[in-house]
Every structure is written in C-alpha cells, then in structure tokens.
Design a protein around this ligand. Structure first.
Ligand code: AMP
Length: 397
C-alpha cells in the first residue's frame, strides 16, 4: 500500500510517501513558510531533488498540491497519478482521553479533534488544517487516518497520570499527565522485542527518546505505564530549550522580580530554558559537547544535568515496573551521541547494566550496545514515527 504521511505544523508540512509492503520511503520533503513566502523541498532516491523558494503557498491546501505535483511529476516523481496514493496518515499531537489508538478520520472524529484543541492550542489546529487540506485537494474518497502522540500513553494507570491537585481539575478541566512521543516509544518498544526475540508482553522496557525534545517511557508488557512528559511537552527532563520539571513556586517569584506576565514566563520555560538556558551556548547537543570540550563549565553542567536527569528516570521507572529487561536509546541524541549514552549508563551497574564500549561506538543503526553478560540489555534503535504512522494507516484504511 502507498501511504502519504503528513505532519502539519502551523506554517510547515512534512511529508513522506511510503510503501508499507516494502517499508521503503519513496519520496519525502518539507513545505515551509506556508502563508509567507513558501519554501518547498522534495527528495526521492535516484531522482532530481527539488529545493525551491518563493513557491506560492498561501495555505496548507496549496502545500499539499505542491507535494502531489512533485510526486506525479514525470521527471522526478515516483507515481504516475494521485490515484496510486491509497491513504493518508496524519500525525496529530493530542488525542486527549478520547483517542487511545489510531483512528480512521470521519466527521465524528473531526468534531472530537476540535474538542481536543484547548489541550494543544499550538499543535492540534495545524494538524486539523492539514487534514482539511488533504480532503479538499484529494477528495473525500481517499481514506485518512489520525495517529496521536498521546495515544500510546493512554494505558497509564491513574496513579501515574493523576496530578496531586484538587481532583475537580482532572474531572472538569482534563488536567492530567498525557505524555507525548507515543508513536516513537511504541515503535522502538516493538523493535526492541523483535531484536531481543521475545514477546513484547513479557518485557519491561525503558524507552529514552532523547532529542531536542526528550521524554522517557516505562513500557511494561508492551503498554506505557508511565512517562516523563505531562499535561504538556514542557514536563520531565531538561530539554534543548524547555525546562522540564521545576518547582512551580519559582514562577511567581521570577514573575514578580522581572515584571513578567504568565505568557512571558511560560515562553521563558519553553524557549529559553533547558540546556540552552543553563549553558548560555546552544540548545544543540553537538554545540554543547564542543563547548564542553573547550572547557566551558556551563556547557558541561548542562550536559551533566541532562545525563543525571535521564539516569534518575531510569532508576525510577525500573522501580515502578519492579525491574527492567532493556533500556532503549532513540532520537537525535540517543541515536548519535555515544558519549552521552555511556555517561547515562555508567553507574547503573548495580542494577545489572553493563555497557560494551566498542558496541556503543556506533551511530544511527540498530544495535545491542550492552555487554553480552549484561543482565539488562541496552539497545540503540533509530526511531521511525513515519513508518509507524504509515503502518497504522494501512491497517485502518
Ligand atoms: P531530534 O530532535 O531527535 O532531531 O534531535 C536533535 C538533537 O540531536 C540535537 O540536539 C542534536 O545536537 C542532537 N544530535 C544529532 N546528531 C548528534 C551527534 N552526532 N552527537 C550529538 N548530538 C547529536
């Protein structure tokens, strides 16, 4: 089946056309600056690449049209007509408690997606715009599927998702831990079971999605039982620019001292904090490693805080699950930064983690990076959210 996977942002749209049989990516690219001055990129193996500026894209509908035109283009295209696209899969950030799994989109689903908007006011409207643009351009007969970042974590028990706030905030306002990166955690957990040759139902896994945004999930028997992100993706670990968890009392104190309103404060927490805020250097781990290696103490502190944070979650989730069979590293930092992986795993020997430094000296490839006699296996698994979205879509379309 040929599935077009769409990840729509407010002014951008990432796309991939996948063949779910061969699991091959036939073409992929990005529409940026939608509604501004339109930038379009397109790549397909063995075909001329497109990298165009000033493409007319006033709305997401024109962006989808540009994607379809590139896909069927006799020179660089990979299909002969739009009819070859069997279905479209959309990444949707928030599915609230309504969506515990992926779903084929119809009028009722669209109404429920609208109801989720207050929970993700920055992301869900863009996802909805992407869905509407596809219906408009491709017509109502092409099946569309929504795959949610939050869905995998809907199996968390109340003890993990309830905040210690007055209970009516959960009942009336839906304030609870939702968790994000669910498609990534689900994908790597499945791959881990395959790599270990064991049924996922028998495994206790800790999945570390470490990128610009980072989250950790405790996956027991194939189900998410806890995760570090919360009501929003601001919670948990210190990230590229996000603070992660902190004492809520700090907000009032800093707002008073710096004359900030809540919007400014939250913007600091989302955009100026994390490893960027601590280091004052960059949100990018490569820049931080370079600065640390040149003796920058704050870059070193930021990296150490990140390592320490991940280590604490691993300990906590092993305790929560009553053990752990494997720890998974994925996403930009997890897949590429051997030093960071080593630093996180070091000191965990007491719980049966023993790394193999040679096996760990690898980037971006599936591998077992723990020693043969390590009780807890450590796995490097490149994430593939697009493939997961395409497979769900093929199943439901
Ligand atoms: P992601 O959000 O998954 O795309 O991850 C982005 C993060 O991965 C950035 O902080 C990058 O610096 C980091 N990253 C990518 N490649 C490397 C690398 N070779 N070494 C260290 N960090 C890397």
């Amino acid at each position: 089946m040929k599935v077009l996977v769409i990840n729509a942002g407010s002014s951008s749209l990432k796309y991939q056309l996948l063949d779910t049989g061969s699991r091959e990516v036939l073409a992929k690219g990005l529409c940026e600056r939608i509604g501004i001055d339109g930038k379009f990129t397109y790549k397909a193996p063995g075909k001329p690449t497109v990298d165009a500026a000033d493409v007319t894209m006033p709305t997401h509908a024109e962006a989808i049209q540009a994607v379809l035109a590139a896909l069927v283009n006799p020179e660089g295209g990979v299909i002969s007509s739009m009819g070859e696209i069997d279905a479209v899969g959309h990444r949707v950030v928030h599915g609230a408690e309504t969506f515990a799994c992926s779903v084929r989109i119809d009028g009722k689903v669209m109404a429920s997606l609208e109801e989720c908007v207050p929970l993700a006011p920055l992301h869900n409207p863009a996802n909805i715009t992407g869905i509407k643009a596809c219906s408009k351009v491709m017509g109502p007969d092409v099946p569309q599927v929504a795959v949610f970042d939050t869905a995998f974590h809907q199996t968390m028990p109340p003890v993990a998702y309830t905040y210690p706030l007055p209970y009516e905030y959960y009942e009336q306002d839906k304030v609870r831990r939702y968790g994000f990166h669910g498609t990534s955690h689900r994908y790597v957990a499945q791959r881990a079971a395959d790599m270990l040759g064991k049924p996922i139902e028998t495994l206790k896994l800790i999945s570390c999605h470490l990128g610009n945004g980072s989250s950790i999930a405790a996956v027991s028997g194939g189900k998410s039982v806890d995760t570090s992100m919360g009501f929003t993706p601001l919670a948990g670990l210190p990230m590229g620019t996000r603070s992660g968890d902190l004492d809520a009392g700090i907000l009032e104190y800093l707002m008073g001292r710096h004359g900030m309103d809540i919007k400014e404060m939250v913007s600091v927490l989302n955009k100026k904090s994390g490893v960027l805020g601590v280091s004052g250097v960059s949100s990018d781990f490569r820049d931080l490693c370079a600065a640390r290696d040149q003796g920058n103490a704050r870059a070193a502190l930021a990296l150490d805080m990140f390592t320490y944070g991940v280590k604490k979650y691993i300990g906590a989730y092993a305790a929560a699950m009553g053990g752990v069979d494997a720890i998974i590293f994925t996403a930009g930092v997890g897949e590429n930064d051997a030093q960071q992986r080593m630093a996180i795993a070091s000191g965990l020997e007491f719980m049966g983690v023993k790394m193999d430094p040679d096996a760990n000296n690898i980037r971006g490839k599936e591998a077992i990076i723990s020693a043969i006699d390590s009780k807890v296996k450590v796995l490097l698994i490149p994430t593939n959210e697009e493939l997961m979205i395409a497979l769900d879509t093929a199943e439901l379309a």
